[in-house]
Design a protein around this ligand. Structure first.
Ligand SMILES: [Zn+2]
Length: 318
């Protein structure tokens, strides 16, 4: 992994690079270096992907309040993995050196909240879109599926996991409704996007998030996606205490719009399942604007838009 070492030859330099595609290998490299520099980070895995890649689970903080952030359910939204990892690095640095993040004392947040993070839910899909996976059986099978959808560019339009199942249509919250909606639109088989799979949680990646969530007591979840500068906070008519108010605060610090989920994508997402199973606030953040994968040139503006939401999410002060 020495090819990335140019980015960390100085303890004051950032470890997480913002000028290269954020593949599963870059993620693993960053985690190793961050753990070495900030030993208070806890590193584990939530499971493994179809191709056997670890689904990394990171924890920071020792507070009673538990929150959960995840990114890259969707392959071509991989810039969200970079977003969470840059946030983690900045937060860890400020914890180590007594600094502030978004004007809040980082050590205070650390003592009040435990953040659990799965920064790359779909590593195989990310590797496909970033070009890290460009040959072999899995690649060939994905390319073959993609040929049935000539209007969707390959691999840049790929959202699904490596066997063509959309991981954010996998959760047991109105999954049958999601299936009916997508089947009516003609998506009845594995492909680049929108296929719900043979059953809820049929994929190891969505099952990993399900198990992690069931074995924790999260008070809030953030699922990072692209794009649209939008905050989704609702599932059907579930009334979740504080959810709308938090969404409004998020809007204030990000400039993003608070919206109700469109009916066509209103079921079987992680947020939908979290809200309906635990009656706690769960959000989908659609970061940035444009056609996914969003270019790295947009990263700094996405980061500054989302920093407030990612920090306020830790406070538990709503
Ligand atoms: Zn998405």
């Amino acid at each position: 992994m020495d090819k990335f070492d140019a980015f960390s030859n100085d303890a004051h330099n950032d470890i997480v690079p913002t000028d290269m595609n954020f593949t599963s290998e870059v993620l693993a490299w960053c985690i190793t270096r961050l753990k070495a520099r900030y030993p208070f980070l806890r590193v584990g895995t939530a499971g493994t992907s179809i191709m056997g890649c670890p689904i990394y689970l990171l924890k920071i903080g020792n507070g009673h309040n538990e929150v959960f952030y995840n990114a890259s359910h969707h392959a071509n939204e991989w810039i969200t993995s970079l977003l969470l990892m840059r946030f983690l690095e900045s937060y860890a640095r400020n914890c180590a050196f007594g600094g502030k993040i978004f004007d809040i004392n980082a050590q205070l947040l650390y003592s009040k909240t435990t953040l659990t993070m799965i920064p790359m839910v779909n590593p195989d899909g990310v590797d496909l879109v970033t070009g890290a996976l460009s040959e072999g059986d899995y690649f060939n099978r994905a390319a073959e599926m993609a040929r049935r959808y000539p209007d969707i560019p390959f691999p840049s339009g790929w959202k699904a996991n490596i066997r063509g199942i959309d991981l954010n249509l996998q959760y047991p919250a109105g999954w049958e409704n999601a299936r009916a909606t997508k089947y009516a639109l003609g998506v009845t088989a594995p492909g680049p996007r929108d296929f719900v799979g043979p059953s809820p949680l049929s994929e190891p990646e969505s099952l990993a998030l399900y198990e992690i969530t069931r074995t924790h007591d999260f008070t809030l979840t953030l699922s990072m996606h692209t794009q649209g500068k939008t905050i989704y906070w609702k599932y059907l008519d579930y009334e979740i205490k504080n959810a709308y108010d938090i969404a409004q605060k998020f809007a204030l610090v990000s400039g993003y719009d608070v919206e109700e989920t469109p009916i066509a994508s209103g079921y079987a997402g992680y947020k939908d399942w979290f809200i309906s199973s635990f009656y706690k606030p769960g959000f989908t953040i659609e970061a940035g604007e444009g056609i996914s994968p969003l270019p790295l040139s947009q990263f700094q503006s996405i980061y500054s838009d989302c920093l407030g939401m990612m920090t306020l999410g830790l406070t538990g002060l709503f």
